[in-house]
Design a protein. Structure first.
Length: 251
């Protein structure tokens, strides 16, 4: 793919992620490429559509990324992203606060993931699994049609029955992104999933996952899971103390 096509694909994905509205060439030209005409952008978007990286839901509409477009972006374009120190400290504080209110760490972590990702989250060991955030997920415009809403809601109600199939696809220590039809839970092929199995300090295998619309913020959600996985593998209190000390001594 040409470099300009990569940049246009990235711009379409960013715009669609933020708006959930099909993206037109005029918007891309004005907001991302002021030195290019909308006609040039339109031709490039048409070529991306021919390559099946974008599609046009209606003749007069803008374009939307396809599963192939998202996959190319995630695998070839998307930069790694790390949470800022402030975000890390906020996450640590929230985790400790929730932990103080509820001793079930798995449920606490699912709430934390859902809060930071603004989507549906799963956390726990295979026999101690919790999920949170189904309302946040289903508020997205992708699920406004009643048939889609019911299909996704029903699948997530039985998410615990699919954990083994998820774990077969991802190694412990790996964070893997499933996009659309790649999803091991076929009933939610209109969603994407970021999954990260881990070992806790007792050596038990746990699972963290975020499920959201295909226009989710992949880099951010991956960074959230990677950081929470770090917390799960070490004492949260120790990490918080160490980060606080580092903050003090580096000022």
């Amino acid at each position: 793919m040409e470099e300009r096509h990569k940049k246009i694909l990235s711009a379409v994905i960013e715009e669609y992620t933020n708006t959930a509205v099909p993206v037109g060439s005029k918007v891309i030209a004005e907001k991302y490429f002021p030195d290019l005409s909308s006609a040039t952008i339109r031709n490039d978007m048409a070529e991306l559509e021919e390559g099946k990286y974008l599609y046009q839901p209606h003749t007069s509409a803008g374009r939307i990324p396809t599963d192939k477009g998202y996959r190319f972006f995630v695998s070839e374009i998307m930069p790694d992203q790390k949470l800022t120190l402030a975000e890390q400290r906020k996450m640590q504080t929230e985790l400790l606060k929730l932990k103080a209110q509820n001793n079930r760490l798995s449920r606490t972590t699912a709430k934390l993931l859902s809060s930071f990702a603004g989507s549906f989250a799963i956390s726990g060991l295979k026999k101690d699994l919790y999920d949170f955030g189904i309302s946040e997920l289903l508020e997205n415009p992708e699920f406004k049609q009643i048939d889609e809403f019911c299909r996704v809601a029903e699948a997530l109600d039985y998410i615990d029955e699919n954990i083994d199939s998820i774990l077969k696809e991802v190694k412990v220590g790996e964070t893997k992104i499933f996009i659309g039809k790649e999803n091991p839970i076929k009933a939610i092929s209109n969603c994407s999933m970021v999954v990260s199995p881990y070992k806790n300090k007792e050596g038990e295998t746990g699972l963290l996952a975020i499920i959201g619309p295909k226009r989710m913020k992949y880099a951010r959600n991956k960074s959230i899971l990677d950081y929470v996985k770090k917390l799960m593998g070490t004492s949260v209190v120790i990490i918080l103390a160490a980060e606080s000390a580092r903050f003090i001594f580096t000022r």
